[in-house]
Design a protein around this ligand. Structure first.
Ligand code: GAP
Length: 451
């Protein structure tokens, strides 16, 4: 990996574009700041991240239910949640030459970091995107694009309770798009204006929330490690009093060491009964939980682990990126775990001719496709095809050569060691499974099926 932080990021941005992970959004029109589109490999990686999270947080547990709430919600939700009043950042304008806008709390000193000019006094800027509901564009028709998915869980709390057999403590989870009109963006997909969140609201007794907070901090940290992120580049940091969100009693961030320094990967917050209390007050509905044993009525407290798909995506790629010299040539390799790699096995016929070679390779690939995420590639020289697979993080390549027509065997090449072994075609599936299991995957629970 190139040494300096900005070079590392630039190298990755260019790989992402070249290979089809991430494109600048609407690029043919000059793009749109902090908006990105995900290409064919990017959607595969995102799907893996979402599937692994969903499996861990919902499917492998009896005590968490999943929902999908609408992006547009009654605007009263945002009044009750406090987002209309408090979801804002302090903004300053450069009054010197460049007139750029900055987040005041991201600046060191009181001069413009770009041109050195003086700065305006800070003023609060609400981060919610507004639009109009229906044909009339007046104040009464204003609705907001949700800035977090969490409120969908709070407003559906009673309905989930009534339609399932859950009892406190239990959780409600969802994955979905959120929108934030961030003042300052940058660092590629780290701070986006359209992002995807994976959030879980854990409803528990007020007496237990500190214990559950510790439990979820530990669970979530170990999940990030299980994805393959280097333990030395992960840490958990409690928030200072001045950093806490308007709803939080206390919070900790799971941080990753990005090329520009430590940055938030996931936030875990003790929201207390703030949200249910406010929704109860604003909606006039009784949102209390009735304990079936004691008959006690109370508003549960909430512990919330919330993480962005995009931040995990970026951390995984940065963490996996490696460069080395092999026989005098630079080799770029993404050392992704098989559970997150866009493809797990590439099938490569050595040449396009004779046609029987391609036919055999196609048959092998369609067999492997039933168990693994596979890609068939018969373009370019075999060396270039290996380089491409290394660069997109495919752990195994299966090469079908002239000999395969005779000995009914193929060569498996491992991405990390570049070792090659000859394996009978009837053993290929098992041999791939065994090798994929060895690429540091044992810690990942519930890997998704190949897709
Ligand atoms: N409901 C809690 C909540 O919204 P948050 O800390 O503001 O908490 C949760 O956001 C996570 O969403 C963050 O830890 C980060 O992973 C991701 N995230 C937040 N803002 C983001 C942005 N502008 N771009 C990309 N990801 C973002």
């Amino acid at each position: 990996m190139p040494e300096s932080g900005s070079n590392r990021l630039e190298t990755l941005v260019s790989l992402c574009k070249r290979r089809g992970f991430v494109y600048p959004g609407s690029e043919i029109y000059g793009g749109l700041n902090a908006i990105y589109d995900f290409g064919p490999l990017g959607v595969r990686l995102r799907r893996r991240i979402r599937d692994l999270w969903w499996r861990e947080m919902v499917e492998l547990r009896d005590d968490v239910e999943g929902i999908e709430a609408a992006i547009l919600m009654n605007p009263a939700v945002w009044e009750a949640s406090g987002h209309l009043g408090s979801f804002s950042d302090p903004m300053v304008d450069c009054l010197g030459e460049c007139h750029q806008r900055f987040r005041a709390d991201h600046l060191e000193g009181d001069r413009c970091p770009n041109c050195g000019g003086p700065l305006s006094p800070p003023r609060q800027f609400n981060l919610m995107f507004k639009t109009f509901f229906g044909p009339v564009e007046d104040e009464s028709a204003v609705v907001y694009l949700r800035p977090e998915t969490a409120q969908g869980m709070f407003v559906n709390f009673k309905q989930v309770l009534a339609s399932t057999r859950q009892r406190v403590p239990f959780g409600i989870a969802q994955i979905g798009r959120s929108f934030r009109n961030e003042i300052s963006t940058g660092n590629f997909i780290f701070r986006l204006r359209e992002l995807e969140m994976m959030e879980m609201e854990w409803f528990c007794s007020p007496a237990d929330d500190a214990r559950w907070f510790d439990y979820w901090c530990e669970q979530r940290l170990s999940w990030h490690r299980s994805l393959g992120l280097g333990a030395e580049r992960l840490r958990i940091r409690p928030h200072g009093e001045d950093e806490k969100a308007h709803y939080a009693l206390a919070s900790s961030d799971i941080e990753y060491l990005f090329p520009w320094g430590w940055g938030e990967l996931e936030g875990i917050a003790r929201r207390g009964d703030y949200d249910l209390r406010r929704h109860q007050e604003f909606s006039g509905r009784d949102l209390q939980y009735v304990d079936p044993l004691s008959g006690e009525h109370y508003l549960p407290f909430v512990v919330e682990p919330a993480v962005g798909v995009d931040r995990i995506f970026l951390a995984l790629l940065l963490d996996a990126y490696d460069e080395e010299e092999v026989r005098g040539e630079r080799r770029v390799v993404l050392r992704l775990r098989p559970e997150v790699a866009p493809f797990q096995v590439a099938v490569l016929p050595l040449q396009r001719k004779p046609p029987e070679l391609g036919e055999l390779a196609r048959r092998v690939e369609s067999e492997l496709r039933r168990s693994f995420a596979t890609e068939y590639d018969d373009t370019q020289s075999i060396g270039r095809r290996y380089r491409r697979q290394d660069e997109i993080g495919t752990p195994l390549a299966v090469t079908i050569d002239f000999g395969s027509l005779e000995d009914h065997a193929a060569t498996i090449r491992e991405r990390d060691s570049m070792e090659q072994v000859r394996v009978g075609l009837d053993q290929l599936g098992e041999a791939c499974r065994e090798r994929l299991g060895q690429v540091g995957s044992s810690a990942v629970r519930g890997a998704p099926d190949a897709g």
